[in-house]
Ligand binder design. Sequence first.
Ligand code: HEC
Length: 118
Amino acid sequence: MSKNKLSFAGASILATLVAMVGAVHGQDVKTDRGEQLYAKNCEACHHVGENIIRPEKTMDRSLKISSKAAFKRFLSRQNGLMPPYLTIVRSDKDLSALYSYVKKLPDLKLTPQSQAAH
Ligand code: HEC
């Protein structure tokens, strides 16, 4: 009896985790355009503004995002192992949406959910 209850709890925790992973990778769950673009193009290497390839080059407090113009210049060319993002750069709407999202990253980092991941 209690064993069944336990595996039920396990199953619902698993379902929650699957839903969370889906929210990170799926595009349809998110409504914020900048967040969608970030999840699709940047999140894999820059989970909440960090850098999995060059850990010392975190991006959430980078000078490259000190202004939208600097951000645009940065995304327009190859930077080490980071590819250029010309499709985003060509759309001012997408660039602005992504820019305002990356500016929010330092605050998003402080949410309990992302802290639990560390
Ligand atoms: C394939 C992995 C990868 C992806 C995907 C990626 N980046 Fe990067 N990013 C890097 C690497 C590696 C660097 C360090 C570049 C270098 O060597 O100078 C970097 C550096 C940066 C920096 C500058 C950090 C500094 O040096 O001050 C910013 C800002 C940045 N990325 C933003 C983004 C954004 C926005 C996206 C999505 C549009 C993105 N990155 C997608 C790998 C990636």
